[in-house]
Design a protein around this ligand. Structure first.
Ligand code: UDP
Ligand code: MG
Length: 294
């Protein structure tokens, strides 16, 4: 089996059938053998019943709603293809380009469809928040990331299997997939895609999901490269404290005020916790990782 397409569906009655048939048509016309795995995430609008009637798909049903990340994780665990494709079933991503996406994966571990425009819902809130989180993520993994939370991507299943247990249930699951690969030096390539107007309503909640998304990026850093956060903060405090100490010595002849000591203690604590966090990440890192693509 070459390709497993994982489709999370939650109340997508408007277009699920159309999406499945367009994905099937494009893959039938390609040289790849494939399976389509639909993970119904507790739909209540009839999507689930519709999927049960559909031929030629593997259907997995969540008893209750878990979130798109949970659904993607379930589907990926069940996948048997060498390559797993993630996408939405809301007519936003160019699902007719799945074979092209899979072709681009040659020589890479993951290919992400990078959106040229932001057509998502809650534009005003999402654009600046996404920009800030993307900057932070880029700083943490020291790599350019054109689209951090695209839901359209293909990756090698063996590599991804190593991270499945870490995927959160929410929307930040796609971000976690990119960052996990980058953090372990797997190659991630990007393919420019168009992003269309959504059919049906987005399930993204502007406040709860952005907060979780931000937290997830911070959590990822803490688990992969804590020093990248702790060291700059600790060193800034240390230099400030030392400067203040010098100033005190000159102006107050060696009677060190409490606030100087507080800053120095804070610096010491931040650095010490950073080093401990670093030790934990190193100690818990798996001994051997799957070889990257060549
Ligand atoms: N989804 C899901 N469970 C949820 C929310 C969403 O399985 O709790 C599915 C949804 O049907 C869609 C995909 O995950 O196929 C992405 O969700 P959505 O398109 O609403 O998010 P957005 O693309 O707006 O970030
Ligand atoms: Mg979507």
């Amino acid at each position: 089996m070459d390709v497993s397409v994982v489709l999370p569906t939650y109340n997508e009655i408007a277009c699920v059938e159309q999406e499945v048939s367009r994905i099937r048509a494009t893959l039938d016309a390609s040289p790849y053998t494939y399976e389509i795995i639909c993970v119904d995430d507790g739909s209540t609008d009839g999507t689930r019943e519709l999927l049960r009637e559909l031929d030629g798909i593997r259907l997995i049903e969540h008893r209750r709603n878990m979130g798109s990340g949970g659904a993607r994780r379930t589907g990926t665990r069940a996948a048997v293809g060498d390559v797993v494709v993630w996408t939405d079933v809301d007519m936003t991503y160019p699902n007719d380009q799945i074979p092209l996406l899979v072709k681009q994966l040659e020589g890479y571990d993951q290919v992400v469809g990078a959106r040229r425009t932001e057509e998502g819902t809650h534009k005003v809130a999402r654009v600046p928040a996404k920009w800030a989180i993307r900057k932070l993520a880029q700083y943490l993994v020291e790599t350019e990331i054109p689209d951090l939370n695209s839901g359209f991507r293909a990756f090698r299943r063996e590599v991804a299997d190593q991270y499945l247990h870490r995927l959160p249930n929410g929307f930040s699951c796609v971000t976690t997939m990119t960052m996990s690969f980058l953090a372990d030096d797997y190659s991630v390539a990007y393919m420019d895609i168009d992003y269309d107007e959504r059919a049906g309503r987005s399930k993204f909640h502007w406040y709860h999901d952005t907060r979780r998304y931000f937290l997830q990026v911070v959590r990822m850093t803490l688990s992969y490269n804590p020093l990248r956060v702790f060291m700059p903060v600790g060193l800034a405090l240390l230099f400030f404290g030392l400067g203040k100490l010098g100033f005190d010595m000159v102006t107050k002849d060696l009677r060190v005020p409490t606030n100087t000591l507080l800053v120095l203690f804070a610096a010491f604590q931040v650095i010490a916790i950073g080093l401990l966090a670093d030790l934990v990440t190193r100690a818990t890192k798996p001994r051997d990782l799957v070889d990257p693509a060549r």
